[in-house]
Write a protein that binds this ligand. Structure first.
Ligand SMILES: [Mn+2]
Length: 242
């Protein structure tokens, strides 16, 4: 499997990285699954395009887990239309100062709204909202675990076994699992007995292994002028684009 780091609206880098993976795949004759670590949206120029791109890849077998930014965007969508389609004037949405949206506005949410607008009108389809709500927190393939942030293995196991999604987080039934998309303390967690736990969330200059190589941090800050990185759990290769 190829695990891909935080995209944050950087559609160009996402497309080029997946193209690079595809040409690599042709050369290696192995068709490894893609898995995105979440934070598809916010800060970058084309969150809408990134969601479309990842949805298309998902139709062909790619997986994605939810990041804190995806959860924040979903929370706003629920607030504005209860899970249905959103059609509203951009300024009305941008002026919504509800406390539950404060974090999102402070972390690039306005760029996401901009990407869903044409002129002064914003349109977010119900199928986009449903895609966000259905994002799971954890994906596991063999001994590789993927979640947006570093978290206790017991929590990862719970979220995986119960197929916990963003919907469960927002309806309050899984709030105790929020560490899975917000955790940052790599050293505090018990290490896996085998396998690798791959995550994004905390930016690193180069992909960084911790805990006797059982924890990998893959967010190489593409939205801040860094690069977008992918890691292959079978071959342990890295690929990246600037
Ligand atoms: Mn991020």
């Amino acid at each position: 499997m190829w695990v891909i780091g935080d995209i944050h609206g950087c559609l160009d880098q996402a497309e080029r990285l997946v193209q690079l993976i595809r040409s690599h795949t042709v050369a290696s004759a192995h068709n490894d699954q893609l898995c995105f670590v979440g934070d598809l949206v916010d800060r970058g120029p084309d969150s809408r395009g990134v969601i479309e791109f990842v949805r298309k890849e998902a139709e062909h077998g790619a997986r994605v887990v939810a990041g804190n930014h995806d959860v924040n965007f979903a929370r706003a969508c629920i607030r504005w239309a209860g899970g249905g389609e959103i059609r509203e004037r951009k300024q009305v949405l941008l002026n919504d100062r509800a406390p539950e949206l404060a974090t999102w506005w402070g972390h690039g949410g306005a760029e996401t709204i901009e990407s869903f607008s044409s002129g002064e009108e914003v349109e977010i389809s119900a199928s986009v909202v449903e895609f966000l709500l259905a994002m799971p927190l954890v994906y596991r393939q063999h001994t590789t675990w993927v979640s947006h942030a570093v978290a206790d293995i017991a929590k990862l196991t719970t979220a995986w076994e119960h197929r916990i999604t963003v919907r469960d987080i927002l309806n309050g039934s899984a709030e105790h699992l929020a560490e899975i998309y917000t955790g940052r303390d790599v050293e505090a967690k018990p290490i896996l007995s085998d396998g690798v736990h791959v995550s994004g969330h905390t930016t690193v200059k180069e992909p960084a292994f911790h805990r006797k190589k059982t924890v990998l941090q893959l967010d190489t800050a593409c939205v801040y002028g860094g690069k977008l990185t992918a890691w292959n759990s079978r071959t342990r290769e890295f690929l990246s684009v600037e």
